[in-house]
Design a protein. Structure first.
Length: 142
């Protein structure tokens, strides 16, 4: 048995341990949500889902335990920009990462102007996503 491989896997698996965290994934497309959930589950975080911006706003106002949000930008009912503005007005210290298939620099600027703390383009890579969340947890001291 290759102990070097086992040790490296153990370190990688323990790098992002968020047993005391709750992450809200705001995503209207089932396949995208399932993918993000699969990336996040090994961290041990509780994962909640909202399928549109209005549901995200309602969940945040009803659940002060949410520690971070992955916010899809283009959704039905209320888009991610508007949802982010409303959530940040209610709780400015909740980290929000915009996630979108649109990668134009204007889209990034609009997301940050709406109050998102960071931006990630689809397709989303595991290491990039987890490191951004970890950084925001550290930044917000959560």
């Amino acid at each position: 048995m290759n102990t070097t491989l086992l040790t490296r896997n153990a370190v990688e698996n323990e790098r992002y341990i968020w047993l005391d965290k709750t992450i809200l994934v705001v995503e209207d497309i089932d396949l995208n949500y399932r993918y993000l959930k699969e990336l996040l589950e090994p961290t041990g975080a509780m994962i909640l889902r909202a399928e549109n911006g209005q549901d995200a706003v309602n969940l945040c106002m009803d659940n002060a335990e949410i520690d971070a949000i992955l916010m899809d930008i283009f959704m039905p009912v209320m888009n991610g920009y508007e949802a982010t503005r409303k959530i940040k007005a209610w709780n400015p210290s909740i980290p929000i990462i915009a996630q979108t298939a649109y990668v134009m620099s204007e889209d990034r600027k609009k997301a940050l102007a709406a109050g998102c703390d960071d931006y990630i383009a689809k397709p989303i890579g595991k290491e990039e996503l987890l490191s951004k969340i970890e950084y925001l947890f550290t930044l917000y001291k959560q």
